[in-house]
Design a protein. Structure first.
Lengths: 206, 206
DNA sequence: GTTAGCATGTAAGGAGTTACATGATTTT
DNA sequence: AAAATCATGTAACTCCTTACATGCTAAC
Protein backbone atom coordinates (compact mmCIF):
# COMPACT_ATOMS: atom_id res chain seq x y z
CA UNK A 1 0.00 0.00 0.00
CA UNK A 2 1.87 3.10 1.25
CA UNK A 3 0.56 6.62 0.70
CA UNK A 4 3.12 7.58 -1.98
CA UNK A 5 2.78 11.31 -1.93
CA UNK A 6 6.06 11.80 -3.75
CA UNK A 7 6.27 15.27 -5.17
CA UNK A 8 9.39 14.27 -7.03
CA UNK A 9 7.79 11.31 -8.78
CA UNK A 10 4.91 13.45 -9.83
CA UNK A 11 7.13 16.19 -11.15
CA UNK A 12 9.30 13.74 -13.06
CA UNK A 13 6.31 12.16 -14.76
CA UNK A 14 4.94 15.57 -15.60
CA UNK A 15 8.15 16.79 -17.16
CA UNK A 16 8.70 13.59 -19.11
CA UNK A 17 5.25 13.87 -20.57
CA UNK A 18 6.36 16.97 -22.43
CA UNK A 19 9.36 15.20 -23.88
CA UNK A 20 11.83 12.41 -23.06
CA UNK A 21 14.94 13.48 -21.23
CA UNK A 22 17.95 12.17 -19.40
CA UNK A 23 18.48 12.61 -15.68
CA UNK A 24 20.82 15.53 -15.67
CA UNK A 25 18.61 17.62 -17.90
CA UNK A 26 15.55 16.59 -15.96
CA UNK A 27 17.03 17.90 -12.79
CA UNK A 28 17.80 21.26 -14.35
CA UNK A 29 14.26 21.61 -15.65
CA UNK A 30 12.94 20.49 -12.29
CA UNK A 31 14.88 23.23 -10.61
CA UNK A 32 13.83 26.00 -12.95
CA UNK A 33 10.18 25.13 -13.58
CA UNK A 34 9.42 24.33 -9.97
CA UNK A 35 12.77 25.08 -8.48
CA UNK A 36 11.95 28.52 -7.31
CA UNK A 37 10.29 26.79 -4.41
CA UNK A 38 12.16 23.55 -4.17
CA UNK A 39 15.43 22.08 -5.38
CA UNK A 40 16.02 18.38 -5.84
CA UNK A 41 19.34 16.59 -5.75
CA UNK A 42 20.70 13.78 -7.88
CA UNK A 43 20.72 11.62 -4.82
CA UNK A 44 16.95 11.57 -4.91
CA UNK A 45 16.39 11.89 -8.64
CA UNK A 46 18.31 8.87 -9.91
CA UNK A 47 16.86 6.36 -7.45
CA UNK A 48 13.44 7.77 -8.19
CA UNK A 49 13.92 7.22 -11.93
CA UNK A 50 14.89 3.62 -11.24
CA UNK A 51 11.79 2.85 -9.25
CA UNK A 52 9.62 4.49 -11.91
CA UNK A 53 11.21 2.21 -14.47
CA UNK A 54 10.60 -0.80 -12.24
CA UNK A 55 6.94 0.07 -12.03
CA UNK A 56 6.74 0.28 -15.77
CA UNK A 57 5.95 3.96 -15.95
CA UNK A 58 9.18 4.86 -17.68
CA UNK A 59 11.51 3.11 -20.07
CA UNK A 60 15.20 3.73 -20.45
CA UNK A 61 16.46 4.35 -23.92
CA UNK A 62 20.02 4.58 -25.14
CA UNK A 63 20.66 8.20 -25.99
CA UNK A 64 19.82 8.82 -29.63
CA UNK A 65 21.34 12.20 -30.40
CA UNK A 66 19.26 14.45 -32.66
CA UNK A 67 21.59 14.28 -35.64
CA UNK A 68 24.96 15.31 -37.02
CA UNK A 69 27.42 13.77 -34.60
CA UNK A 70 26.57 10.18 -35.39
CA UNK A 71 30.17 9.25 -36.01
CA UNK A 72 31.36 10.53 -32.68
CA UNK A 73 28.56 8.68 -30.92
CA UNK A 74 29.24 5.51 -32.86
CA UNK A 75 32.92 5.73 -32.12
CA UNK A 76 32.34 5.88 -28.38
CA UNK A 77 29.03 4.03 -27.94
CA UNK A 78 30.53 1.06 -29.75
CA UNK A 79 32.82 0.48 -26.82
CA UNK A 80 30.98 -1.86 -24.47
CA UNK A 81 31.88 -0.31 -21.12
CA UNK A 82 30.94 3.18 -22.21
CA UNK A 83 28.83 5.34 -19.94
CA UNK A 84 26.10 6.69 -22.17
CA UNK A 85 23.29 9.10 -21.52
CA UNK A 86 20.13 7.36 -20.46
CA UNK A 87 17.05 8.95 -21.87
CA UNK A 88 13.80 8.28 -20.04
CA UNK A 89 10.49 8.13 -21.85
CA UNK A 90 6.98 7.89 -20.42
CA UNK A 91 5.21 4.61 -21.20
CA UNK A 92 1.48 4.25 -21.87
CA UNK A 93 1.04 3.02 -18.29
CA UNK A 94 3.04 5.98 -17.07
CA UNK A 95 0.80 8.36 -18.98
CA UNK A 96 -2.26 6.73 -17.51
CA UNK A 97 -0.84 6.96 -14.02
CA UNK A 98 0.04 10.62 -14.48
CA UNK A 99 -3.49 11.30 -15.65
CA UNK A 100 -4.79 9.76 -12.44
CA UNK A 101 -2.43 11.85 -10.37
CA UNK A 102 -3.53 15.01 -12.12
CA UNK A 103 -7.19 14.26 -11.44
CA UNK A 104 -6.72 13.06 -7.88
CA UNK A 105 -9.01 14.44 -5.20
CA UNK A 106 -7.38 13.01 -2.08
CA UNK A 107 -6.85 15.03 1.08
CA UNK A 108 -3.13 15.57 0.40
CA UNK A 109 -3.83 16.73 -3.11
CA UNK A 110 -4.30 20.38 -2.14
CA UNK A 111 -1.27 20.88 0.02
CA UNK A 112 1.20 23.57 -0.97
CA UNK A 113 3.82 21.56 -2.80
CA UNK A 114 1.43 19.16 -4.36
CA UNK A 115 -0.73 21.95 -5.65
CA UNK A 116 2.22 23.78 -7.16
CA UNK A 117 3.27 20.75 -9.14
CA UNK A 118 -0.22 20.23 -10.45
CA UNK A 119 -0.44 23.86 -11.39
CA UNK A 120 2.88 23.74 -13.17
CA UNK A 121 1.47 21.03 -15.42
CA UNK A 122 -1.84 22.73 -16.11
CA UNK A 123 -0.79 23.11 -19.72
CA UNK A 124 -1.29 19.36 -20.02
CA UNK A 125 -4.69 19.14 -18.38
CA UNK A 126 -8.24 19.80 -19.49
CA UNK A 127 -10.17 22.79 -18.31
CA UNK A 128 -12.53 20.91 -16.03
CA UNK A 129 -9.60 19.30 -14.23
CA UNK A 130 -7.99 22.71 -13.87
CA UNK A 131 -11.21 24.07 -12.42
CA UNK A 132 -11.47 21.23 -9.93
CA UNK A 133 -7.90 21.68 -8.83
CA UNK A 134 -8.21 25.43 -8.41
CA UNK A 135 -11.47 25.12 -6.52
CA UNK A 136 -10.12 22.29 -4.39
CA UNK A 137 -7.13 24.36 -3.46
CA UNK A 138 -9.31 27.34 -2.67
CA UNK A 139 -11.60 25.45 -0.35
CA UNK A 140 -8.57 23.90 1.33
CA UNK A 141 -7.23 27.40 1.96
CA UNK A 142 -10.57 28.55 3.23
CA UNK A 143 -10.61 25.80 5.81
CA UNK A 144 -7.16 26.94 6.82
CA UNK A 145 -8.33 30.53 7.07
CA UNK A 146 -11.20 29.53 9.32
CA UNK A 147 -8.84 27.70 11.63
CA UNK A 148 -6.37 30.54 11.70
CA UNK A 149 -9.05 33.12 12.47
CA UNK A 150 -10.52 30.96 15.21
CA UNK A 151 -7.11 30.41 16.72
CA UNK A 152 -6.32 34.11 16.53
CA UNK A 153 -9.59 35.02 18.24
CA UNK A 154 -9.05 32.43 20.96
CA UNK A 155 -5.48 33.37 21.80
CA UNK A 156 -5.31 37.04 20.95
CA UNK A 157 -4.65 38.16 24.50
CA UNK A 158 -2.30 35.38 25.52
CA UNK A 159 0.23 35.86 22.74
CA UNK A 160 2.98 38.41 22.57
CA UNK A 161 3.09 41.00 19.82
CA UNK A 162 5.59 39.16 17.65
CA UNK A 163 3.73 35.88 17.57
CA UNK A 164 0.60 37.85 16.80
CA UNK A 165 2.31 39.72 13.99
CA UNK A 166 3.52 36.42 12.54
CA UNK A 167 0.03 35.01 12.56
CA UNK A 168 -1.41 38.17 11.09
CA UNK A 169 1.07 38.08 8.24
CA UNK A 170 0.40 34.38 7.68
CA UNK A 171 -3.30 35.08 7.51
CA UNK A 172 -2.82 37.83 4.97
CA UNK A 173 -0.67 35.59 2.82
CA UNK A 174 -3.38 32.99 2.68
CA UNK A 175 -6.04 35.60 1.95
CA UNK A 176 -3.88 36.85 -0.86
CA UNK A 177 -3.59 33.40 -2.37
CA UNK A 178 -7.35 33.01 -2.22
CA UNK A 179 -7.77 36.24 -4.19
CA UNK A 180 -5.27 34.94 -6.71
CA UNK A 181 -7.21 31.72 -7.07
CA UNK A 182 -10.42 33.66 -7.50
CA UNK A 183 -8.92 35.53 -10.41
CA UNK A 184 -7.64 32.35 -11.99
CA UNK A 185 -10.98 30.61 -11.59
CA UNK A 186 -12.79 33.55 -13.09
CA UNK A 187 -10.30 33.53 -15.91
CA UNK A 188 -10.88 29.86 -16.62
CA UNK A 189 -14.61 30.28 -16.42
CA UNK A 190 -14.81 33.10 -18.96
CA UNK A 191 -12.75 31.13 -21.46
CA UNK A 192 -9.98 33.68 -21.81
CA UNK A 193 -9.18 32.46 -25.32
CA UNK A 194 -5.97 30.50 -25.22
CA UNK A 195 -7.24 27.77 -22.90
CA UNK A 196 -6.68 24.39 -24.50
CA UNK A 197 -9.57 22.14 -23.56
CA UNK A 198 -7.60 18.95 -24.07
CA UNK A 199 -3.86 18.71 -23.56
CA UNK A 200 -3.05 16.72 -26.68
CA UNK A 201 -5.46 15.80 -29.47
CA UNK A 202 -3.60 12.55 -30.20
CA UNK A 203 -3.89 11.17 -26.73
CA UNK A 204 -5.56 7.96 -25.64
CA UNK A 205 -3.09 6.04 -23.49
CA UNK A 206 -3.25 2.75 -25.41
CA UNK B 1 29.09 16.59 13.65
CA UNK B 2 25.79 16.48 11.75
CA UNK B 3 24.07 19.64 10.61
CA UNK B 4 21.19 19.39 13.09
CA UNK B 5 18.79 21.81 11.55
CA UNK B 6 15.91 20.52 13.64
CA UNK B 7 13.08 22.98 13.63
CA UNK B 8 11.32 20.89 16.22
CA UNK B 9 14.20 20.94 18.69
CA UNK B 10 14.47 24.67 18.32
CA UNK B 11 10.77 25.22 18.82
CA UNK B 12 10.68 22.97 21.88
CA UNK B 13 13.53 24.82 23.53
CA UNK B 14 11.90 28.13 22.72
CA UNK B 15 8.57 27.17 24.19
CA UNK B 16 10.11 25.65 27.30
CA UNK B 17 12.00 28.82 27.92
CA UNK B 18 8.71 30.57 28.57
CA UNK B 19 7.65 27.96 31.09
CA UNK B 20 8.08 24.25 31.87
CA UNK B 21 5.52 21.95 30.32
CA UNK B 22 4.75 18.32 29.66
CA UNK B 23 4.74 16.76 26.21
CA UNK B 24 1.08 16.82 25.47
CA UNK B 25 0.69 20.47 26.30
CA UNK B 26 3.88 21.31 24.43
CA UNK B 27 2.49 19.79 21.31
CA UNK B 28 -0.68 21.81 21.52
CA UNK B 29 1.25 25.05 21.97
CA UNK B 30 3.56 24.04 19.14
CA UNK B 31 0.59 23.64 16.88
CA UNK B 32 -1.07 26.92 17.76
CA UNK B 33 1.91 29.26 18.04
CA UNK B 34 3.65 27.93 14.97
CA UNK B 35 1.13 25.40 13.88
CA UNK B 36 -0.59 27.55 11.36
CA UNK B 37 2.29 26.62 9.12
CA UNK B 38 3.35 23.25 10.48
CA UNK B 39 1.95 20.52 12.68
CA UNK B 40 4.08 18.11 14.66
CA UNK B 41 3.12 14.66 15.83
CA UNK B 42 3.82 12.87 19.10
CA UNK B 43 5.88 10.40 17.17
CA UNK B 44 8.47 13.08 16.62
CA UNK B 45 7.96 15.12 19.77
CA UNK B 46 8.59 12.48 22.43
CA UNK B 47 11.78 11.08 20.92
CA UNK B 48 12.96 14.65 20.48
CA UNK B 49 12.36 15.42 24.15
CA UNK B 50 14.38 12.36 25.11
CA UNK B 51 17.39 13.35 23.09
CA UNK B 52 17.23 16.87 24.48
CA UNK B 53 17.30 15.39 27.97
CA UNK B 54 20.26 13.20 27.02
CA UNK B 55 22.17 16.24 25.87
CA UNK B 56 21.48 17.94 29.15
CA UNK B 57 19.37 20.74 27.75
CA UNK B 58 16.22 19.64 29.51
CA UNK B 59 15.44 17.87 32.74
CA UNK B 60 12.42 15.76 33.45
CA UNK B 61 10.49 16.58 36.57
CA UNK B 62 7.70 14.61 38.17
CA UNK B 63 4.55 16.59 37.62
CA UNK B 64 3.96 18.95 40.54
CA UNK B 65 0.37 20.04 40.17
CA UNK B 66 -0.27 23.69 41.01
CA UNK B 67 -2.22 23.04 44.21
CA UNK B 68 -5.41 21.64 45.68
CA UNK B 69 -5.44 18.04 44.51
CA UNK B 70 -2.37 16.94 46.41
CA UNK B 71 -4.16 14.03 47.97
CA UNK B 72 -5.26 12.62 44.66
CA UNK B 73 -1.74 12.96 43.30
CA UNK B 74 -0.22 11.41 46.40
CA UNK B 75 -2.66 8.54 46.28
CA UNK B 76 -1.73 7.66 42.74
CA UNK B 77 1.87 8.84 42.44
CA UNK B 78 2.74 6.76 45.46
CA UNK B 79 2.13 3.64 43.43
CA UNK B 80 5.47 2.73 41.86
CA UNK B 81 4.38 1.70 38.39
CA UNK B 82 2.21 4.75 37.89
CA UNK B 83 2.34 6.70 34.65
CA UNK B 84 2.66 10.32 35.69
CA UNK B 85 2.92 13.50 33.67
CA UNK B 86 6.49 14.35 32.88
CA UNK B 87 7.21 18.03 33.01
CA UNK B 88 10.21 19.26 31.08
CA UNK B 89 12.26 22.22 32.23
CA UNK B 90 15.07 24.04 30.43
CA UNK B 91 18.46 23.67 32.13
CA UNK B 92 21.12 26.37 32.25
CA UNK B 93 22.96 24.59 29.42
CA UNK B 94 19.73 24.43 27.51
CA UNK B 95 19.23 28.15 27.90
CA UNK B 96 22.73 28.80 26.70
CA UNK B 97 22.23 26.57 23.70
CA UNK B 98 18.97 28.28 22.82
CA UNK B 99 20.68 31.63 23.02
CA UNK B 100 23.24 30.39 20.50
CA UNK B 101 20.52 29.13 18.21
CA UNK B 102 18.73 32.45 18.34
CA UNK B 103 21.91 34.34 17.39
CA UNK B 104 23.07 31.90 14.73
CA UNK B 105 24.11 33.25 11.35
CA UNK B 106 24.57 30.01 9.39
CA UNK B 107 23.33 29.58 5.82
CA UNK B 108 20.27 27.56 6.87
CA UNK B 109 19.32 30.11 9.46
CA UNK B 110 17.24 32.21 7.08
CA UNK B 111 15.17 29.53 5.46
CA UNK B 112 11.41 29.77 5.71
CA UNK B 113 10.70 27.46 8.61
CA UNK B 114 13.77 28.34 10.55
CA UNK B 115 13.05 32.03 10.23
CA UNK B 116 9.47 31.60 11.39
CA UNK B 117 10.53 29.85 14.55
CA UNK B 118 13.07 32.53 15.33
CA UNK B 119 10.51 35.19 14.71
CA UNK B 120 7.98 33.48 16.95
CA UNK B 121 10.48 33.75 19.80
CA UNK B 122 11.43 37.35 19.18
CA UNK B 123 9.82 38.24 22.46
CA UNK B 124 12.73 36.51 24.14
CA UNK B 125 15.52 38.16 22.17
CA UNK B 126 17.30 41.49 22.29
CA UNK B 127 16.72 44.13 19.70
CA UNK B 128 20.07 43.78 17.98
CA UNK B 129 19.51 40.07 17.51
CA UNK B 130 16.07 40.81 16.10
CA UNK B 131 17.58 43.30 13.70
CA UNK B 132 20.21 40.85 12.53
CA UNK B 133 17.63 38.14 11.96
CA UNK B 134 15.27 40.42 10.05
CA UNK B 135 18.07 41.78 7.90
CA UNK B 136 19.51 38.34 7.33
CA UNK B 137 16.16 37.08 6.19
CA UNK B 138 15.69 40.06 3.94
CA UNK B 139 19.00 39.64 2.19
CA UNK B 140 18.30 35.94 1.80
CA UNK B 141 15.03 36.80 0.09
CA UNK B 142 16.73 39.34 -2.10
CA UNK B 143 19.15 36.73 -3.34
CA UNK B 144 16.15 34.59 -4.10
CA UNK B 145 14.47 37.43 -5.95
CA UNK B 146 17.54 37.97 -8.07
CA UNK B 147 17.61 34.31 -9.04
CA UNK B 148 13.91 34.23 -9.78
CA UNK B 149 14.07 37.33 -11.95
CA UNK B 150 17.08 36.02 -13.84
CA UNK B 151 15.39 32.70 -14.40
CA UNK B 152 12.20 34.40 -15.55
CA UNK B 153 14.10 36.58 -18.00
CA UNK B 154 16.02 33.59 -19.36
CA UNK B 155 13.05 31.32 -19.86
CA UNK B 156 10.18 33.68 -20.51
CA UNK B 157 9.55 32.49 -24.04
CA UNK B 158 10.07 28.80 -23.47
CA UNK B 159 7.54 28.37 -20.69
CA UNK B 160 3.82 27.99 -21.05
CA UNK B 161 1.44 30.52 -19.57
CA UNK B 162 0.64 28.53 -16.45
CA UNK B 163 4.22 27.94 -15.44
CA UNK B 164 4.86 31.61 -16.05
CA UNK B 165 1.88 32.62 -13.94
CA UNK B 166 3.10 30.38 -11.14
CA UNK B 167 6.51 32.00 -11.20
CA UNK B 168 5.02 35.47 -11.37
CA UNK B 169 2.88 34.77 -8.33
CA UNK B 170 5.85 33.30 -6.48
CA UNK B 171 7.88 36.37 -7.26
CA UNK B 172 5.17 38.66 -5.96
CA UNK B 173 4.89 36.67 -2.76
CA UNK B 174 8.56 37.10 -2.08
CA UNK B 175 8.43 40.81 -2.92
CA UNK B 176 5.57 41.14 -0.49
CA UNK B 177 7.52 39.49 2.29
CA UNK B 178 10.42 41.86 1.64
CA UNK B 179 8.11 44.83 2.07
CA UNK B 180 6.84 43.30 5.31
CA UNK B 181 10.39 42.89 6.56
CA UNK B 182 11.16 46.48 5.61
CA UNK B 183 8.31 47.67 7.76
CA UNK B 184 9.39 45.51 10.68
CA UNK B 185 12.97 46.66 10.42
CA UNK B 186 11.89 50.28 10.29
CA UNK B 187 9.68 49.63 13.27
CA UNK B 188 12.55 48.13 15.25
CA UNK B 189 14.84 50.95 14.26
CA UNK B 190 12.54 53.74 15.42
CA UNK B 191 12.03 52.11 18.78
CA UNK B 192 8.27 51.79 18.52
CA UNK B 193 7.84 51.81 22.30
CA UNK B 194 6.96 48.34 23.43
CA UNK B 195 10.20 46.69 22.29
CA UNK B 196 11.92 44.99 25.19
CA UNK B 197 15.65 45.40 24.78
CA UNK B 198 16.49 42.34 26.83
CA UNK B 199 14.23 39.33 27.13
CA UNK B 200 14.45 38.83 30.84
CA UNK B 201 16.21 41.10 33.34
CA UNK B 202 16.99 38.17 35.67
CA UNK B 203 18.85 36.15 33.11
CA UNK B 204 22.43 34.96 33.22
CA UNK B 205 22.44 31.24 32.45
CA UNK B 206 24.20 30.08 35.61
C1' DG C 1 46.59 20.66 -19.55
C1' DT C 2 43.54 22.07 -16.21
C1' DT C 3 39.35 23.85 -14.78
C1' DA C 4 34.32 23.82 -15.44
C1' DG C 5 30.42 21.54 -16.62
C1' DC C 6 28.12 17.21 -18.22
C1' DA C 7 26.55 12.73 -16.63
C1' DT C 8 25.46 8.81 -13.45
C1' DG C 9 25.29 6.74 -9.50
C1' DT C 10 25.66 4.75 -4.09
C1' DA C 11 25.68 4.68 1.18
C1' DA C 12 24.53 6.69 5.15
C1' DG C 13 21.72 9.39 7.54
C1' DG C 14 18.35 13.26 8.93
C1' DA C 15 13.91 14.78 10.15
C1' DG C 16 9.98 13.70 10.39
C1' DT C 17 5.22 10.77 9.73
C1' DT C 18 1.73 6.95 10.43
C1' DA C 19 -0.01 3.45 12.76
C1' DC C 20 0.00 1.16 16.67
C1' DA C 21 -0.15 0.19 21.77
C1' DT C 22 -1.31 1.49 26.42
C1' DG C 23 -3.46 3.43 30.16
C1' DA C 24 -5.61 7.47 33.20
C1' DT C 25 -9.13 10.99 33.74
C1' DT C 26 -13.12 13.64 32.70
C1' DT C 27 -17.49 14.21 30.68
C1' DT C 28 -21.90 12.60 29.30
C1' DA D 1 -20.47 2.52 31.92
C1' DA D 2 -19.26 4.56 27.42
C1' DA D 3 -17.00 8.04 24.98
C1' DA D 4 -13.89 11.72 24.69
C1' DT D 5 -9.70 13.54 25.69
C1' DC D 6 -5.52 13.55 28.32
C1' DA D 7 -1.01 11.45 28.32
C1' DT D 8 3.13 8.74 26.82
C1' DG D 9 5.45 6.10 24.04
C1' DT D 10 7.59 2.63 19.96
C1' DA D 11 8.53 0.51 15.25
C1' DA D 12 8.54 0.85 10.75
C1' DC D 13 8.64 3.63 7.15
C1' DT D 14 9.02 7.84 3.73
C1' DC D 15 11.14 11.02 1.24
C1' DC D 16 14.68 13.40 0.72
C1' DT D 17 19.74 15.23 1.55
C1' DT D 18 24.85 15.11 1.95
C1' DA D 19 28.90 13.42 0.85
C1' DC D 20 31.22 10.55 -1.78
C1' DA D 21 32.86 8.09 -6.10
C1' DT D 22 33.49 7.93 -11.03
C1' DG D 23 34.48 9.32 -15.55
C1' DC D 24 33.62 12.07 -20.03
C1' DT D 25 33.88 16.35 -22.71
C1' DA D 26 34.26 21.24 -23.83
C1' DA D 27 36.49 25.58 -23.07
C1' DC D 28 40.19 28.49 -21.63
Amino acid sequence: MSRRSGILEFAVLGLLRESPMHGYELRKRLNTSLGVFRAFSYGSLYPCLKTLVQRGWLIEEPSSPPEADLEREARSAALAGRRAKIVYRLTADGKEHLEELLCQTGPDAWEDEHFRVRFAFFGQTSRDVRMRVLEGRRSRLEERLAKMRASLARTRERLDDYTLELQRHGLESVEREVRWLNELIESERTGRGRGATSPDPSDDTA
